[in-house]
Design a binder for this molecule. Structure first.
Ligand code: TXA
Ligand code: MG
Length: 324
């Protein structure tokens, strides 16, 4: 998009946000569906459009680290260190909230999740709107997050006031969420910044097990799910049991033999985590559009961004639900 044209569209989008509308916008992780965080009615529309349960709080997006202190009571030094090193970027931190943040944003929790994205369009939109923007990923609840404007258009198109198109999201998985609401920092969602990088800055971080109480529905065991069942826990030796079925294969790297799959999506030919994460949701969507019986997914090593990829695959997995 030409620069002046882009500025015009962002200006229009900001005007919509200021007047209580909802706008889908690109971030470096996934597309968000944003509303003025201080306007409970506008935020309610985001929940309605997504069919998101009200117990699932939203992330508040800001355009400057200095804005954080207006939203939270206290910033522990480890949280401060993380924001200094990793903002803007795919990191969300959870801290005790200031009273003026509407309860609908935080689902009545005493905490708020805050993130400063690095995508230039997201930053311009927040600045131009002159308010923090509450935004979940711009997908119907429980489905895969969108990584292109087209994904948003397909699923929520006519229900949002405007979709800003900033091209494909370079990171491709959602932000990493670190909570400071207890004594020790806790990883509540693996994401676009690796745990290793976070621990290199603040030391040991507690990890929430996948079956944890779902404070955060992104933590529900089944989430980020396509319509086609995904199977992660499979064995090449037993492929016969899927005989007669149309099978798609979601490969992490270029497979050595192509077996009998109907369609193959390779996340990264050379097995690079960043490239694989950036392709993950689009690849699953392409497979999901083929009306296959099931998708077999290749496991990814659990290091770096591999942890976020495996987390999303596990939640998208529907073992035992093939006939439902
Ligand atoms: O990369 C991202 O984080 C994207 C882009 C748009 O910024 N946003 C995103 O939002 O993934 P959403 O709503 O799809 O996921 C946010 C997660 C949810 O699982 C929610 O429960 C959790 O953050 N969350 C929000 N506020 C929280 C809080 N106060 N305490 C714990 N978890 C919280
Ligand atoms: Mg989401």
């Amino acid at each position: 998009m030409q620069e002046s044209k882009e500025a015009e569209v962002i200006f229009k989008a900001a005007e919509i946000i200021r007047q209580g509308g909802i706008v889908a916008f690109p971030t470096e992780t996934v597309y968000g569906l944003g509303a003025d965080a201080y306007n409970p009615l506008a935020v309610a529309r985001v929940f309605e459009v997504k069919k998101r349960p009200y117990f699932d709080p939203l992330i508040v997006h800001i355009a400057s680290p200095a804005h954080l202190k207006k939203l939270v009571k206290d910033i522990p030094s480890s949280a401060r260190k993380l924001t200094e090193k990793l903002w803007p970027g795919p990191l969300t931190i959870v801290l005790l909230k200031e009273e003026h943040i509407p309860d609908i944003v935080t689902a009545g929790l005493p905490t708020v999740a805050v993130r400063m994205p690095s995508h230039p369009m997201a930053l311009s939109l927040i600045k131009e709107s002159k308010c923090p923007i509450a935004a979940p990923s711009a997908n119907p609840f429980g489905y895969l997050s969108p990584t292109t404007a087209e994904h948003v258009r397909e699923q929520l198109g006519d229900q949002v006031d405007l979709i800003l198109d900033g091209g494909p999201c370079p990171v491709g998985v959602e932000s990493t969420i670190v909570s400071f609401s207890e004594n020790k920092p806790r990883l509540s969602r693996p994401g676009g910044v690796s745990l290793e990088e976070i621990e290199s800055i603040i030391g040991k971080v507690e990890i929430s097990p996948i079956k944890d109480r779902p404070v955060a529905p992104g933590m529900l065991p089944r989430h980020y799910a396509p319509r086609t069942p995904i199977v992660l826990d499979w064995d090449e030796k037993h492929l016969d049991s899927y005989k007669g079925k149309k099978i798609g294969f979601l490969a992490f790297r270029e497979p050595e033999n192509f077996l009998q799959f109907q369609h193959i999506e390779v996340l990264s030919k050379k097995g690079d985590f960043r490239e694989a994460a950036a392709n993950l949701f689009s690849a699953i969507r392409r497979l999901d559009a083929l009306h296959l019986d099931l998708i077999l997914a290749e496991a990814v090593p659990e290091a770096g961004l591999g942890r976020a990829i495996m987390d999303r695959l596990r939640r998208a997995t529907s073992k035992g639900e093939l006939n439902q």
